[in-house]
Design a protein around this ligand. Structure first.
Ligand SMILES: Cc1ncc(COP(=O)(O)O)c(C=O)c1O
Length: 408
């Protein structure tokens, strides 16, 4: 991997690694029968969508603009199997009235966050459902937290606005609703998903159709529930399926079991897992400032502007050829050329002295980076490059002053 000749700062997408991730996800689809969608909120480098479309079922959007992007770009390329249907899904806590018509024209699934929203837009979506163009779902809130580490990413935390809680769910599925969606996980393995699903089954099971009518709970459900049952369930994102230690076989068996027990389609919509470890942020040292603590590197990138999750989550991004502070001889604080005192990426140690002009490579930078960056301080946005499987790097996007000015 040679990043010596590219202009920095630059996000570099690693096509080979992206493909490896997609192959794992494709195996999950083939062996379990699940349908997997790219959650574009994590990764929206649409120039790679034809590659993603070759493996996945489609994309999901956080609103109209992402839905439009997938509609325009999540397409197979010429040489691919054009029989394959690419799906476009959308969920948002609230939709504008003038967005709903377009969403009904470009989306296959629309998921509402509340009964208010469902009913508010009913007139518009109902005709699309009648024509067989759209399937409508409700997001539920399982009220079952499985992580404490990242409260900001826990939709089940107290007072959450995300999803309908059991107490607010009607006894019968509202007319026209065909699916249930939940999203509760963040960078988690398969066990928390299994626990959450069992909890959902216990609480919302009356909406699930059962294949086995001799099953006792199925009879209970049929007694108490209406005839209206879900046709699909969407298990959201947060599944770190492509992480090396993820229990992929466990997930496959689990989904097969759901499909065996209930006559439903199962969707997963991971974001991170698609482009996990499939991108870098390459930066150059512009200056080194001596301080009473340790030398501070002024980089041509910024946590606040180019990797906001580092401050928001927060986390210390992996950096190639470095260790934790104190482990190697040469210690530096990595920072930025913005005015924000706290724009600090982290402390790292190296086995050699660093100099102005040296390049550093942050890893795992394809996800929640480009989709969240900003031009605070008038900071230029990094280029977006793609490194092909043969190692050749192409610049796919450059940004300049106009990109800064046009946002204001
Ligand atoms: C509704 C929904 N689906 C999918 C995702 C993707 O999650 P991840 O990127 O952690 O897999 C998110 C992330 O916030 C989400 O809110």
């Amino acid at each position: 991997m040679n990043f010596d000749n590219i202009k920095t700062p630059a996000y570099v997408i690693d096509e080979k690694k992206l493909k490896e991730n997609l192959e794992i996800l494709d195996r999950v689809q083939r062996e379990s029968g699940a349908r997997i969608l790219l959650a574009q909120k994590a990764y929206s480098v649409y120039q790679t969508y034809p590659l993603i479309a070759r493996y996945l079922t489609g994309a999901t959007a956080s609103g109209l603009f992402e839905a439009r992007l997938a509609h325009e770009e999540m397409k197979l390329s010429e040489q691919d199997d054009h029989e394959k249907k690419i799906e476009n899904h959308v969920y948002e806590p609230a939709f504008e009235d003038d967005e709903m018509e377009e969403l009904c024209n470009i989306c296959d699934h629309i998921v509402f966050n509340s009964l208010n929203q469902l009913e508010h837009h009913r007139k518009t979506w109902e005709s699309a459902v009648r024509d067989g163009r759209v399937s409508v779902g409700l997001r539920i809130n399982p009220e079952f937290s499985t992580q404490e580490e990242h409260e900001i990413y826990d939709p089940c935390s107290e007072g959450s606005r995300l999803g309908i809680k059991l107490a607010d769910m009607p006894d019968e599925l509202p007319e026209g609703v065909e699916g249930i969606h939940f999203h509760t996980l963040c960078e988690q393995d398969f066990e928390p998903l299994k626990q959450t699903f069992h909890h959902v089954e216990e609480n919302f099971g009356k909406f699930f159709p059962t294949k086995d009518h001799t099953d006792e709970s199925a009879n209970d459900n049929n007694e108490h529930g209406s005839g209206r049952k879900i046709k699909w369930i969407n298990l959201g994102g947060g599944h770190h399926i492509t992480r090396e230690d993820y229990n992929v076989d466990g997930l496959i068996t689990f989904i097969k079991d759901i499909k065996k027990k209930y006559d439903i389609e199962v969707y997963l919509e991971p974001g991170e897992a698609i482009a996990l470890d499939a991108g870098y942020l390459v930066t150059t040292i512009m200056d080194i400032v001596k301080t009473e603590r340790m030398p501070v590197l002024i980089l041509d990138t910024s946590a606040a502007c180019h990797m906001p999750d580092v401050l928001e989550m927060p986390y210390r991004p992996p950096l190639r050829d470095s260790e934790q502070p104190g482990e190697l001889e040469f210690n530096y604080r990595l920072s930025s050329r913005t005015c924000l005192a706290g724009d600090i990426i982290g402390d790292y140690s190296f086995d050699h002295e660093l100099h102005i002009g040296d390049r550093l490579v942050f890893e795992d930078m394809a996800i929640y980076s480009m989709v969240k960056n900003n031009t605070f301080n008038g900071m230029p946005l990094p280029d977006i490059d793609i490194m092909h499987e043969n190692g050749k790097i192409d610049v796919i996007r450059k940004f300049g002053y106009d990109d800064f000015k046009n946002r204001l």
